[in-house]
Design a protein around this ligand. Structure first.
Ligand SMILES: NC(=O)c1ccc[n+]([C@@H]2O[C@H](COP(=O)([O-])OP(=O)(O)OC[C@H]3O[C@@H](n4cnc5c(N)ncnc54)[C@H](O)[C@@H]3O)[C@@H](O)[C@H]2O)c1
Length: 323
């Protein structure tokens, strides 16, 4: 089988690629070819199957057509620009997050091969005036352009699936923490940097109070869930193909305490506490009392504790040879 990861150069794309390469199978079949596509050259991964890397701009239908061929069985559509970037640049968000998603779906329609398509949505599709707790079935009410673009993507994934043009499934990802590497342009960036940097001897700023809570998942569990998500049977997904991915709500203080439990008291002393007015309007629109009942019933999982998130980061991203 041929698996394509669009956005394969990003954080989740690279980790997913390494996991799929190590596993060697998906949906009960051997992976013969793994293709990583991204607007920047994606780093190749070691695998016993064929690994191809290619440039693709999902905002450009010709580039999408050159990337998705009739042999592609499973497509992970991870390419996107993230929250603060999409808020700053409406055109880029519309072109990439909205039109880019449509371009990929239209290419699948043109090929007529009905590939499995896994779409990464976000809990940002909910927010504002929604009753809490909110669930898979709460009306989408995004309070950012990024959330609106993801909500449109979900509706398209549902409709293209209903029409039999793809076998789609979408997952509203919690905030992924601890995120390795350099900070990205997500408003939630501090939710990783206040652990990532202090655990490596550097300082980082927290712009919210210690009792600020949010919905989190580790990169390791996210990748496991995306693999399970591709393997779900269409008949188990029902008439709404998009659902919340399991995560857990923690306060900043609970997470700092978890870091201290795993790594000792020193890292927490490297956190500074200064407000960042530019992200406050985005944070105000978020709603965190989330239920992921459907995905949990289908076997997707949250982390057991934030101590686990810290351990996974140290094992996967700091230890030599980590995933
Ligand atoms: N990480 C999180 O906390 C989180 C939370 C909710 C949803 N998501 C979603 O999960 C997906 C993956 O997130 P991530 O954390 O790996 O993000 P990332 O920024 O690390 O990766 C996204 C990748 O998309 C690529 N990309 C951007 N524009 C493109 C274009 N026009 N054509 C092709 N590729 C393009 C980027 O180069 C990047 O490699 C995204 O769809 C994101 O919206 C992530």
């Amino acid at each position: 089988m041929k698996v394509l990861i669009i956005g394969g150069g990003g954080l989740i794309g690279q980790k997913l690629a390494r996991s799929l390469a190590a596993r060697g199978t998906l949906r009960g079949a051997a992976i013969d070819t793994l293709v990583l596509a991204d607007i920047v050259d994606p780093a190749p991964v070691e695998a016993s199957c064929t690994v191809e890397t290619t440039r693709c701009d999902i905002a450009d239908p010709a580039s999408v057509a050159a990337t998705i061929d009739a042999d592609t069985d499973v497509i992970y559509l991870l390419a996107a620009i993230v929250s603060a970037h999409a808020e700053e640049d409406l055109d880029a968000g519309l072109n990439i997050n909205m039109m880019g998603t449509l371009n990929v779906l239209q290419r699948c329609r043109e090929l007529g091969t009905k590939p499995v398509l896994v779409f990464t949505s976000s809990i940002a599709v909910n927010g504002g005036d929604v009753p809490q707790p909110y669930s898979d079935y709460t009306a989408l009410n995004p309070q950012t352009s990024y959330g609106a673009q993801k909500a449109i993507g979900e509706l398209l994934v549902n409709d293209f699936s209903r029409r039999g043009l793809i076998d789609g499934r979408g997952f509203r990802l919690p905030t992924i923490s601890v995120r390795p590497g350099k900070p990205n342009r997500a408003a939630s960036g501090f939710m990783s940097s206040i652990f990532r940097e202090p655990l490596q001897g550097q300082s980082a700023n927290c712009p919210v109070d210690p009792d600020f809570n949010h919905y989190y998942l580790s990169p390791r569990k996210c990748v496991e869930n995306l693999i399970k998500g591709a393997e779900l049977h269409a008949e188990d997904l029902g008439q709404n193909r998009c659902m919340v991915m399991p995560g857990r709500v923690w306060t900043i203080q609970q997470m700092i305490d978890a870091m201290t439990a795993v790594a000792g008291p020193e890292p927490a002393t490297r956190i500074t506490w200064e407000k960042q007015p530019e992200i406050e309007p985005i944070l105000k629109g978020w709603r965190m009392d989330v239920r992921a009942d459907k995905a949990e019933a289908l076997g997707l999982e949250a982390d057991a504790s934030f101590e686990d998130n810290i351990r996974y980061f140290l094992e996967d991203d700091i230890a030599p040879g980590g995933a």
